[in-house]
Design a protein around this ligand. Structure first.
Ligand code: ATP
Length: 230
């Protein structure tokens, strides 16, 4: 379980409070108005944003104050975090060995992760030689390879067309189901939440609340969400 205990995050004059629990294996959308603090919340869980007060725990172990690399977390951002000068294979392999010195078994693991996301045979291409959707798959293969129990997505597929985005979201959901990973996904698109997240955290007015059942939340939205949905 991911647990945020009376957490307060401060960034200059912005503050966000969060006290919530996400069950292991849940797929949770994070929605709310622009600037409400969705990315900040994910950043605090990942360890990129410091917590002013409170504790963050995974499976009962405190990770507040741990460096991002020490946390049991994979993060996928909007820009995919691919290195343009490296092949797809090496971009994925970085998730395992930053030195890129891989043994035979590790090379096989990278190849398997590429195959899992449908990129078999494309490992030698650099990002510029791949389509936008394929680039997203490379970034996702790195997440697969890392095999971390908590996966954070911050609008990772928003540059893709709607059909491709849905395809990628379903692939993410499928992978999380297979591995049992818990997913937190920031999105501006309610359809994304409906598509793959049974639960939704609402970030608005300085507070992160939930998770709520997505269908129920959307059927009967509170005032802050109504204003956002328009
Ligand atoms: N490094 C920073 N220093 C100070 N303030 C910041 C910093 N990063 C973000 N903020 C502020 O924190 C608030 C929350 O930003 P955040 O990016 O988390 O919102 P968001 O809900 O993800 O927005 P969007 O949907 O537009 O991406 C905003 O008011 C923003 O200006």
């Amino acid at each position: 379980m991911l647990r945020l205990e009376d957490v307060t995050i401060l960034q200059d004059d912005f503050s966000l409070r969060a006290g919530l629990e996400v069950a292991r294996g849940a797929r949770v959308a994070v929605i709310g108005p622009s600037g409400a603090g969705k990315s900040t919340l994910l950043g605090a869980v990942a360890g990129f944003v410091p917590v002013a007060q409170g504790r963050i725990l995974w499976a009962g172990a405190e990770m507040t104050g741990q460096s991002p690399a020490m946390r049991p977390i994979s993060v996928l951002f909007q820009d995919n975090n691919l290195f343009p000068h490296l092949s797809a294979f090496d971009n994925v392999a970085l998730g395992l060995r930053p030195s890129l010195r891989l043994g035979v078994a590790e090379r096989a693991q990278v190849a398997a992760a590429l195959a899992r996301v449908g990129l078999e045979g494309l490992g030698t291409r650099r990002p510029a030689q791949l389509s936008g959707g394929q680039q997203s798959r490379v970034a996702l293969a790195r997440v697969v390879l890392q095999g971390k129990p908590l996966v954070l997505l911050d609008e990772p597929f928003s540059a893709l067309g709607p059909a491709l985005k849905v395809e990628m979201l379903h692939l993410v959901a499928e992978i999380c189901r297979e591995t049992g990973a818990t997913l937190l996904m920031v999105t501006h698109d309610i359809a994304d939440a409906r598509a793959i997240a049974d639960q939704t955290i609402l970030v608005a007015d300085g507070v992160a609340e939930g998770p709520f059942e997505t269908a129920q939340l959307l059927a009967n939205p509170p005032e802050a969400l109504r204003a956002y949905l328009g």
